[in-house]
Ligand binder design. Structure first.
Ligand code: GLP
Length: 241
């Protein structure tokens, strides 16, 4: 793991966007793994700035998002599909047909999950994956558990995740209790990974990810086993290292 500590979230966003930009410039048909949450927003803003000054062309870029809630449609204001269009895709020239966000709608979620993994494989695999981290060390929606879940699957969200996501909904009852998420195996297959954490409320999870044992009770700790991970932290998130 290469650990980089920056002064604030905006500087991290510019640095992470620089890594995405390099991939797109090197290979205009690259495959990018996208994340939601507040953490990647400065990166997406910096990418939009680079697009606006004509450095980037997203026309042939393909994307795969990590996860999506079960039980709310794509038109819902808090769906991750909507989040990606509101915060990035509608602001660059990406082709909607190249955008993939898990879509747990069929009667058979197992088929949806298998199809998502197959689509990633068919695209040639993810060149660069961006991740945030949950307070309990989750990545995507892979919650702490006894073993690392491998492929894309349906998950019951933990109380801590539901509470953390409450800020986006009117009340806790409206927060979806299930999600469809790429598994740890799907994430670890990415050729390169960026993980970003900012703020002191992420410091414990960051410590467990970097200094703890590889343990499915801290899903992000598995990243210690990946050969090309850059960890971007601000001083608060790095404060327990
Ligand atoms: C959700 C998402 C994760 C994200 C996490 C942290 O649970 N599924 O992908 O990393 O929230 O969100 P935030 O960046 O807002 O702290």
């Amino acid at each position: 793991m290469e650990i980089k500590i920056y002064k604030d979230a905006e500087s991290i966003g510019r640095a992470a966007a620089g890594m995405f930009a390099a991939k797109i410039i090197e290979n205009p048909k690259c495959v990018l793994g996208m994340a939601t949450g507040s953490t990647p927003l400065p990166t997406y803003n910096a990418l939009i700035e680079l697009y606006n000054i004509n450095v980037l062309d997203f026309r042939m870029v393909k994307t795969f998002n990590l996860d999506e809630y079960v039980g709310i449609g794509r038109e819902h204001g808090q769906s991750y599909y909507r989040f990606m269009f509101d915060n990035l895709f509608s602001k660059v020239n990406i082709s909607p047909k190249n955008v993939h966000v898990p879509n747990p709608v069929s009667k058979n979620f197992e088929d949806d999950c298998a199809a998502y993994d197959a689509a990633i494989e068919k695209s040639g695999g993810i060149d660069l994956q961006i991740l945030g981290i949950g307070h309990n060390g989750h990545i995507a929606f892979n919650e702490p558990s006894k073993v690392f879940p491998f492929g894309t699957h349906i998950v019951n969200l933990t109380k801590s995740t539901i509470e953390a996501n409450q800020r986006f909904f009117k009340n806790i009852d409206e927060v979806p209790k299930k999600a469809m998420t790429m598994g740890i195996g799907s994430i670890m297959k990415a050729r390169e990974i960026i993980i970003i954490a900012t703020g002191k409320e992420k410091a414990e999870a960051v410590k467990a990810m970097i200094k703890g044992n590889v343990d499915p009770m801290c899903p992000a700790s598995v990243l210690q086993l990946h050969h090309k991970v850059t960890v971007f932290l601000d001083k608060e998130a790095a404060s327990l290292l």
